[in-house]
Structures are given as structure tokens and as C-alpha cells.
Design a protein. Structure first.
Length: 258
């Protein structure tokens, strides 16, 4: 499943590199603009200095965008306001321009990051649908062994819920300690709903996703997330349930029902 929408490498070095660039780019731009400050208006300089903020925000890293915003404000005041080359601003209009630069940069940061998050959600949603459709297609074709389909569904559920492990178990849920993920994506434990958005999936016990047919529960997917808390959204939980339901169509051979 493809849920990562970032075009940036996953290596650990790139994030510090982006943040250093976010700090240094406004410095370089302000130094260049200083050489022509008598020909460039403050408004034009502000617009130019917003560009590094947009570039930093496009990486999806909020600290980088904030660093670019504040670096732009500091170096704008140093290079492009009177008295020049001093960290002092004596003109009220220059103070207003510097403040405007920082405010606009912060606004641009939040708008860009919001768009980045929306893009990420859309890509994840597409990935979830691909997983469901793939499982449904494998069941409908009947050319893929039932055990393979079950294993694929288990892997998809693990990824969707951001869990550690997921395994199919034949038969009804026999352990009352298990939290149960219902068809509507609501998690219940001992008959009480669990606020997954606030507390996450249980780390001290398994989560069961029942597989139902007309005869009742024929099995369940046992999900574990014991080493760290995960907070799958309602949408993610519903997709997990939907994928689990694909196994019900496999018949007794696939579900292990007797």
C-alpha cells in the first residue's frame, strides 16, 4: 500500500539539511537584496523572503518552515531596514514591514502544511481502497489460495492500523479481555467504548476484528500493538474492518470454520 506522499528521502540526514537551508536561505537572499536595497521596495523584499518559507513548508516539516519565517524576519531587519547592518529598527514603517513578513510567513506555513496533510490523507485513502479492492479481487477470482488471501488481508490490516502484528484465528473471540473492533469502526472493551483518538489502541491486550457470516462469527483477526501507542483514525479502523470482511467470502476452507 502506498501511503507516503513525500517526495523527500526517508534518510535521517535530510531533515537537518532542510532546517539548515531554511535558516541560511533568508540570510543569503537578504545579503543579495542589500546590495540593491536602494532599488527594491520593502514590499518586494517581503515577497521574495516568503519564498524560502514556502519551500520549507513544502517538505512537510513545520520546524523548517518556522525557522525560515523567523530567519527572514531577523535578517530583513538587519540588512534591509535603517540603520543598515544593525539589529535595530528605528523606522515605524520598517517595523511594520518586518512584522508583516513574519505574520505572512507563519500564515503561509500553516496553509502549506494543511495542504500537505490533505494530500497525505488522500494518498492514504487511495492506498486503503487499493488494499480492499485487491483483497476483494483475489477472493472473487478464486485463483489465489485462501491462506494467501488471509495473509494479505492480515498485512493490510497491520499497515492500516499501524500495528505490529495481525494474525487470523479461526472460531469466535473466546477471550473476554480482548478489545473488539466493531463493523462501524468503534472499539469496545468489556462492553465499554474506547476513545481510540485519545488513548490509542490497547497496548496491554489484543484487538480482535471479527469475521462474520450468516452463521455467526467464523473467526477474527488478532491485532497487537504492544510496544508503542498507535492512534488510527475512525476511517482507518473502518477500512480495517472492511478488509477483514473480505475473508468471510472465502468459505470454510479460508476461514477455518467447521
Amino acid at each position: 500500500m502506498t501511503g507516503n506522499v513525500s517526495a523527500w528521502p526517508s534518510a535521517a540526514w535530510w531533515r537537518p539539511a532542510v532546517r539548515w537551508a531554511a535558516v541560511l536561505a533568508p540570510l543569503v537572499l537578504c545579503a543579495i537584496l542589500y546590495t540593491v536595497h536602494d532599488q527594491v521596495t520593502a514590499a518586494t523584499s517581503v515577497l521574495v523572503l516568503v519564498l524560502p518559507v514556502v519551500a520549507a513548508a513544502a517538505t512537510g516539516d513545520r520546524p523548517a518552515a518556522l525557522l525560515a519565517a523567523f530567519s527572514g524576519g531577523v535578517w530583513f531587519g538587519f540588512f534591509l531596514t535603517e540603520p543598515y547592518l544593525r539589529f535595530v529598527i528605528s523606522n515605524a514603517e520598517d517595523i511594520e514591514a518586518t512584522t508583516l513578513l513574519v505574520v505572512i510567513s507563519l500564515a503561509v506555513t500553516e496553509i502549506a502544511l494543511w495542504g500537505y496533510r490533505q494530500q497525505g490523507r488522500a494518498a492514504r485513502r487511495s492506498g486503503y481502497l487499493d488494499g480492499v479492492l485487491g483483497a476483494a479481487r483475489a477472493v472473487a477470482d478464486g485463483t489465489v489460495p485462501a491462506k494467501t488471501v488471509v495473509d494479505v488481508v492480515a498485512r493490510e490490516i497491520t499497515e492500516v492500523l499501524e500495528a505490529e502484528d495481525c494474525r487470523y484465528v479461526a472460531g469466535p473471540v473466546g477471550d473476554v479481555r480482548f478489545a473488539v473492533l466493531d463493523h462501524d469502526g468503534v472499539l469496545t472493551r468489556n462492553g465499554h467504548p474506547v476513545d481510540v483518538d485519545r488513548v490509542g489502541l490497547p497496548v496491554d491486550e489484543y484487538v480482535a476484528i471479527p469475521v462474520r457470516r450468516s452463521t455467526g462469527v467464523v473467526g477474527y483477526f488478532r491485532v497487537s500493538a504492544v510496544s508503542h501507542a498507535v492512534f488510527p483514525s475512525l476511517e482507518q479502523r473502518r477500512f480495517a474492518v472492511l478488509m477483514a470482511h473480505q475473508v468471510a467470502a472465502l468459505g470454510d476452507e479460508g476461514t477455518g470454520a467447521r
